[in-house]
Design a protein. Structure first.
Length: 187
């Protein structure tokens, strides 16, 4: 997408930092639908976008050659396909996590201590809640372990945490600093 826009002499990178963000995708989809007027394209700007419509419109004057539009269309189609495939993987992960029995002696899932920024590449399922349901502990409470990492760890070691008597043993095995704690000090 970046290459096609650059070849079209669209200076989008100066006014829209994320080509796959809401503003960037809306503008590209409108371009592919036939819109060429920079002022109309700039009106598709999301309110959170740092630049105003005038600045965006100035950056959207370009060359509309068919071969560049074709390259852009193909890149957007691939982007959409990858996101569809990723969503299918998320559904499969969610279904697989649902097949595990609940841990009978689990404590209540504590609130998130340090909220994490949602990224587009993270699973769009409740990995933290599902892993807590089946393991009985919140692995994401360990510094440096987020949801995808916890999912990877469980897929590698299984559900038996009993081989590590304390958090220090577990984090040492993981290669993390031994002073990291999970609430209660038990894995």
């Amino acid at each position: 997408m970046h290459k096609a826009l650059t070849q079209m002499n669209i200076k989008r990178q100066h006014v829209v930092s994320d080509v796959t963000g809401e503003t960037g995708m809306a503008i590209m989809r409108a371009m592919l639908a036939g819109e060429r007027d920079p002022e109309k394209l700039a009106r598709l700007r999301n309110d959170r976008c740092h630049h105003d419509e005038e600045a965006i419109a100035k950056a959207l004057h370009g060359q509309w050659r068919d071969e560049h539009l074709l390259a852009l269309a193909q890149a957007v189609a691939l982007y959409d396909m990858y996101h569809q495939k990723s969503a299918a993987c998320d559904r499969q992960i969610e279904a697989h996590l649902g097949t595990f029995a609940e841990c009978p002696d689990r404590e209540a899932l504590p609130p998130v201590v340090r909220p994490r920024k949602r990224t587009r590449n993270r699973p769009h399922v409740d990995v933290r809640g599902s892993l807590h349901r089946i393991t009985g502990v919140d692995l994401t409470a360990i510094e440096g372990i987020d949801e995808p990492t916890a999912l990877t760890i469980i897929s590698e070691i299984g559900l038996d945490m009993g081989r590590w008597p304390t958090v220090k043993h577990f984090t040492s095995w993981l290669g993390l600093c031994p002073h990291h704690r999970v609430s209660g000090g038990k894995v």
